[in-house]
Design a binder for this molecule. Structure first.
Ligand code: PMP
Length: 403
């Protein structure tokens, strides 16, 4: 197979000790493999420099506090916010729940509306449903265009001043469709609604600048960005975070506690109750350094070339339906006539190709595509043309078996 990638090789697979030779790992949208630099940062954090943060008066704890806060600064420089706008959370799911419980609980009234899209991950649906049910608010859903993007013309036509909040995926975890987040933000703001962008699948594969987007909240998970599990980021505009009540109570998030009444620390500390995932933050710092050293423009171009080759090759196998727009970011969903995606996944696994099969936590999207499930290949910095070739050879085998 000829590939468009030859001009821009990105040969990083040797950085990833958990990827053995000949294994095509194509499930990065679920979670990415970890480079040695991240593994080393975690090992150093526990094996050499470990102590708690923010409370210890001894030097080791002071040093760890500096390292933890340096990670916060690094996240801020990575996505374009300021450090006091960065809340460390467990992952995107917790970040969305935090906003749904804290901001929404305070602002949402009966009769208000929330706007989501048809392609959202369950993490960006269910927290809003819970908040809406509590407030007596309703949810509206932006449809997709024919080529499976969030339809921003439809959004502009349907949004009203009753819509107080909008939450949209920057990149779809099923289709790879990229949202024009700046335009979506302008539409949300035109009626005074706040907007949260779910950047889980965007941050690992394109440069993100929250200031340029102009959104109000942005969330992502460390483990999809070559970092550890259990650490993620909620970025929120300072004035919004400052006005929000705590999400969880506990140690660290307080100013003063008496049995009569407690007062709270300023943001972001107010939202980080309990001992945080200290070493997770250090691992995330290393992961950001890792992707920044490669360069997100390069990563984006690399994955775009792999997606283009995959889409072309799969389309050549008659009976394979490929979903999503041609310029999908890093992710290709497909289905083969008469074959359950789980069978595709099992047969590909026998050829040492790891893909995801299922509803990808996006059941409303599956319903709108008219399928129960899809097979999904998703790429990362360690993939190359060899992985596309292995996938296509595996799909030829699926076709022979079911043909
Ligand atoms: N949103 C999107 C678009 C995702 O892809 C995912 C993870 N599949 C999530 C939210 C939830 O992320 P996490 O499970 O890491 O909290």
């Amino acid at each position: 197979m000829t590939t468009t990638l030859d001009q821009r090789p990105l040969d990083t697979v040797a950085d990833f000790p958990a990827i053995p030779d000949g294994w095509a790992y194509l499930d990065t949208a679920a979670t990415s493999q970890k480079p040695q630099a991240v593994i080393d940062a975690i090992a150093r954090g526990y094996g050499e420099t470990y102590a708690t943060v923010h409370r210890g008066v001894y030097q080791r704890s002071a040093d760890m506090t500096l390292a933890y806060e340096a990670a916060r600064n690094r996240v801020a420089s990575f996505i374009g916010g300021s450090a006091d706008e960065i809340v460390f959370v467990r992952g995107a799911t917790e970040g969305i729940n935090l906003v749904a419980h804290s901001w929404i609980a305070q602002q949402l009234k009966a009769g208000d509306r929330i706007l989501l899209s048809q392609l959202e991950h369950h993490s960006n649906i269910v927290p809003w449903q819970i908040a809406a049910e509590r407030a007596g608010a309703a949810i509206d859903v932006i449809p997709l265009t024919e080529d499976h993007r969030i339809d921003l013309d439809a959004m502009a036509a349907m949004i009203t001043p009753a819509h107080k909040f909008v939450a949209l995926a920057h990149v779809s975890n099923v289709l790879g469709s990229v949202l024009d987040a700046t335009k979506a933000t302008e539409i949300a703001h035109s009626v005074g609604a706040k907007i949260l962008i779910d950047g889980c699948q965007a941050v690992p594969r394109m440069a993100v600048d929250v200031a340029a987007i102009g959104c109000d909240f942005y969330v992502f998970s460390g483990h999809k960005l070559y970092g550890p599990t259990g650490i993620g980021v909620l970025w929120g505009r300072a004035e919004l975070l400052e006005a929000m009540p705590p999400y969880q109570g506990g140690g660290s998030m307080i100013d003063r506690v008496t049995f009569e009444r407690s007062t709270y620390a300023p943001a972001p500390t107010r939202f980080e109750a309990g001992t945080p995932h200290i070493v997770g933050a250090l691992g995330l710092h290393a992961a950001i350094d890792y992707v920044d050293a490669i360069g997100l423009e390069r990563i984006h171009a690399h994955e775009a070339a792999l997606v283009a080759d995959t889409r072309t090759a799969l389309a050549h196998l008659n009976s394979v339906r490929v979903f999503g727009p041609a310029d999908s970011a890093g992710i290709v969903s497909f289905a083969m006539e008469g074959v359950h995606p789980h069978d595709i996944g099992t047969i590909l696994d026998e050829s040492r190709v790891a893909i995801r099969a299922g509803h990808h936590c996006a059941q409303p999207l599956m319903a709108s595509l008219g399928v129960e499930a899809t097979a999904r290949a998703s790429f990362g910095v360690y993939n190359g043309p060899r992985d596309v070739e292995a996938l296509v050879a595996g799909m030829e085998r699926v076709k022979r078996i079911f043909g």
